[in-house]
Design a binder for this molecule. Sequence first.
Ligand code: SF4
Length: 164
Amino acid sequence: MKTHPAEGAVAACRDADPALFFQDRPGPAHDEKVLAAKRLCHGCPMRRSCLAQAVRRAESEGIWGGFTTPERRRLREHAARMRLLDPGLVADLQAGRRIQVPASLRPALVHRLHGLGWSEVRIAEALGVAPFAVRAAGLLAADATLYARAEDEAASPAGARAAA
Ligand code: SF4
């Protein structure tokens, strides 16, 4: 069993059973335990640095910063798409051109368009999708943004010192 990431006195899980955060493998009451762990993480002031530790160590198990291993994998991909988003796609939409955007790129694009002040309805119309799809993409983009910041923290000299 690996040790739990909580290192600071303010970690929301400081008094929790570390096993709660290692529920990657389905078992009895798996879903409830994962939800209980995530609830703690979502209110934790150390969330980003916890996630940065997982990024730095390329953790392959456990819930870190509120995300399971498959979720972290998915967020890493979305964070990369956000960094590499083709500006031409945004320019096309700003020019009012109708383009087909793969669902995998939607969170990155929604994030960029929100940043430009576009409303949910305007984005939905431009992409030809329902507003709830834009909302879902926006939520995913928010998590991917947190992941990207954790990656930055993990790569920073201060992050490297913390890992030493
Ligand atoms: S984010 Fe979750 S796992 Fe990490 S320190 Fe906080 S409560 Fe613990």
